[in-house]
Write a protein that binds this ligand. Structure first.
Ligand code: ZN
Length: 74
């Protein structure tokens, strides 16, 4: 029964992470180099290095890798 409980906790945790990642992915990210705004997939949100609302991304416009700011308002 301990095994099932651990599995349940794990599923809840994974679901929470996916919901949060999808919410973040619905926002756009702004490149500091060329000011282009772009979207990324929720799976990329999970694997991308970030601190607060800054994400280490490669800009699809100028191909520069750098900290891109998550745009909280449209
Ligand atoms: Zn750019």
């Amino acid at each position: 029964m301990d095994y099932l409980f651990t599995l349940l906790i794990l599923m809840v945790a994974v679901t929470t992470v996916v919901i949060l990642a999808k919410r973040i992915a619905s926002h756009t990210f702004k490149c500091k180099n060329c000011s282009e705004e772009f979207n990324i997939s929720w799976t990329k949100v999970i694997v991308t290095e970030h601190s607060d609302n800054e994400y280490m991304l490669v800009c699809p416009c100028c191909k520069t890798k750098g900290w891109c700011t998550e745009q909280l308002t449209k």
